[in-house]
Design a protein around this ligand. Structure first.
Ligand code: G1P
Ligand code: ZN
Length: 543
């Protein structure tokens, strides 16, 4: 085995964001780009010598080529072993599970999550730690430092490894084990949930449709929902992963999963609909004629998780990212659970899960998960919903009606302004930041500001502090507006405005969300001057 040392130089912009390094695929395919970043990961983790890693991705364009490069660089760095999903496929939660199950030194996940794939679309690389969770900031900071000072990387010359064939092989002195991407994950799900009850529900004629959006969850959903649980063949649609996700945008929300929404709102809707994203960590839940917002879904799961065997003893505590609606807080308050508020991004839940402070957590961006892995998990959320429906005998619509009757309703929407001028968006936030201290007590279009600040998080486990995590303004009566810039976008800046208002009046519970939030939406504009700074009078996406 010859190790080649290749001279290189730092490349601008190699800075991981909310979830790993994400760039246009053609940028990743530039000479040295991927190699520089992988070498920087090795540096950040203290070298890869003697280590065992997990490797897999969501199957998007360049996934297969990148896997071969990463394997050759792992071999050059002296790694002992890499466990690879067959055809270099692994959903993000399955990768997290394999890291934990086989007690590896971490893993590399190739994915740009819900962003489209293809030569002109997005690619991404993320390192997960031995606990199965995304690398925390100190580690990603070391990656950045290494990438900014890199002068060479090491790679071996070798033919491609046959990743289509299951079993063990070698690359130089390094062992490679190609594993079925689904088997271990499916086994874990069977341990967590009451498969017998779900099977009985499906046998009784309960129908479902799972839209895998041509992404990685296809094989997982087919094996578990149709295979193990007996859903009718064809219940999983768009089930074959494709490098460009069928030309679609594999983001499970009512806009990008419109086909599913149309079916679920139509006359012959199945009882239950769900979708997942490119790498299988997000989920969308929709009942017959009833869409469930992600923040509501998180609250419902927290209130009813005890119906699943894994959570029958109750939850240790719960957590949500700061911009996520506070529907979860209402459940926590009533059930006497500790509720943590973290910055955006799954990596902030890791310490709370590891420390046994929380069992369940989630984000408004369609991510929910528990302590079974250290990533959000789309199919897990679907199975927990099915488990709860099976045990309660309720429809999705009934679940929501009952939930709001017990806890009240938090109307919630996120407005995204995509590809706006980054400098202008920052100016807008700077101006608002400068006014925060004077806002409490002032009246904004008929509502009095209760508090206004920039969110910072002190991790209660390791004491680390994360600042600059979003501007938030709360109003007397329970309303709230949050502003922040996306850390995952690859073009310009994306401004996210999170709008929330609460109601305890059952007569309002079925109101259209955007209508219910009308006044708060106007306040969001008045406070920040979104149109003035971005030139946009309406968001590109409302979820
Ligand atoms: C977005 C979501 C965030 C999620 C992340 C990765 O990050 O808002 O909740 O954790 O994708 O899936 P953002 O682009 O807002 O930084
Ligand atoms: Zn994802």
């Amino acid at each position: 085995m010859t190790v080649t040392t290749v001279k290189t130089a730092p490349i601008d912009g190699q800075v991981p964001g909310t979830s790993g390094l994400r760039k246009k695929t053609h940028i990743f395919m530039q000479p040295h780009y991927l190699e520089n970043f992988i070498q920087s990961i090795w540096t950040a983790i203290g070298g890869v010598r003697g280590k065992t890693l997990v490797l897999g991705g969501d199957g998007r364009y360049f996934n297969d080529r990148a896997a071969q490069v990463i394997l050759r660089m792992a071999a050059a760095g002296g790694a002992a072993k890499v466990i690879v999903g067959q055809s270099a496929l692994l959903s993000t939660p399955a990768a997290s599970h394999l890291i934990r199950l086989y007690k590896t030194d971490g893993g590399i996940i190739m994915s740009a999550s819900h962003n489209p794939g293809g030569p002109d679309e997005d690619f991404g690389v993320k390192f997960n730690m031995p606990n199965g969770g995304p690398a925390p900031e100190p580690v990603t900071d070391r990656m950045v430092a290494a990438a900014q000072s890199i002068s060479e990387y090491h790679i071996i010359e070798a033919q491609d490894v046959d990743l289509a064939r299951l079993g063990t092989t070698t690359l130089g002195a390094m062992q490679i084990e190609v594993v079925d991407p689904v088997a271990d994950y499916a086994e874990l799900m069977e341990k967590l949930f009451d498969f017998k009850a779900i099977k009985a529900l499906l046998d009784s004629g309960f129908t479902l449709r799972f839209d895998a959006m041509h992404a990685v969850t296809g094989p997982y959903a087919t094996a578990i929902l149709e295979g193990a649980l007996g859903a009718a063949p064809g219940s999983v649609v768009n089930a074959v992963p494709s490098p460009d996700f069928g030309g679609g945008h594999p983001d499970p929300n009512p806009i990008w999963a419109k086909d599913l929404m149309d079916v679920m709102m139509g006359p012959d809707a199945p009882d239950f609909g769900a979708a997942s994203d490119g790498d299988g960590d997000r989920n969308m839940i929709v009942g017959r004629g009833c869409y469930v917002g992600p923040s509501d879904s998180l609250a419902v799961l927290a209130a009813n998780a005890h119906f699943a065997p894994a959570y029958s003893a109750g939850l240790k505590g719960v957590a949500r990212s700061m911009p996520t609606s506070r529907a979860l807080d209402r459940v926590a308050a009533k059930r006497g659970l500790e509720c943590y508020e973290t910055p955006t991004g799954w990596k902030f839940f890791g310490n709370l899960l590891d420390d046994g402070r929380i069992t369940l957590c989630g984000e408004e961006s369609a991510g929910t998960g528990s302590d079974h892995v250290r990533e959000k998990d789309g199919l897990w959320a679907v199975l927990l919903w099915l488990n709860i429906l099976a045990r309660t005998g309720k429809s999705v619509a009934q679940m929501m009606t009952d939930h709001w009757a017990e806890f009240g309703r938090n109307f919630y929407s996120r407005h995204d302004y995509e590809a706006v001028d980054g400098a202008r968006a920052k100016e807008m936030l700077d101006r608002l930041r400068g006014r925060l201290a004077t806002l409490p007590g002032t009246d904004i279009l008929g509502a009095v500001v209760d508090s206004a600040d920039e969110f910072a998080y002190d991790d209660p486990v390791d004491g680390s502090r994360s600042t600059g995590q979003g501007l938030r303004v709360t109003f007397q009566g329970g309303g709230r507006i949050v502003y922040r810039l996306s850390g995952t976008g690859t073009v310009g800046a994306t401004l996210r405005v999170y709008i929330e208002d609460v109601s305890d009046d059952p007569a309002t519970f079925t109101k259209d969300t955007q209508l219910a939030l009308n006044d708060m939406i106007d306040r969001a504009e008045t406070l920040a001057g979104i149109a003035e700074f971005t030139g946009r009078t309406a968001p590109d996406v409302r979820t």
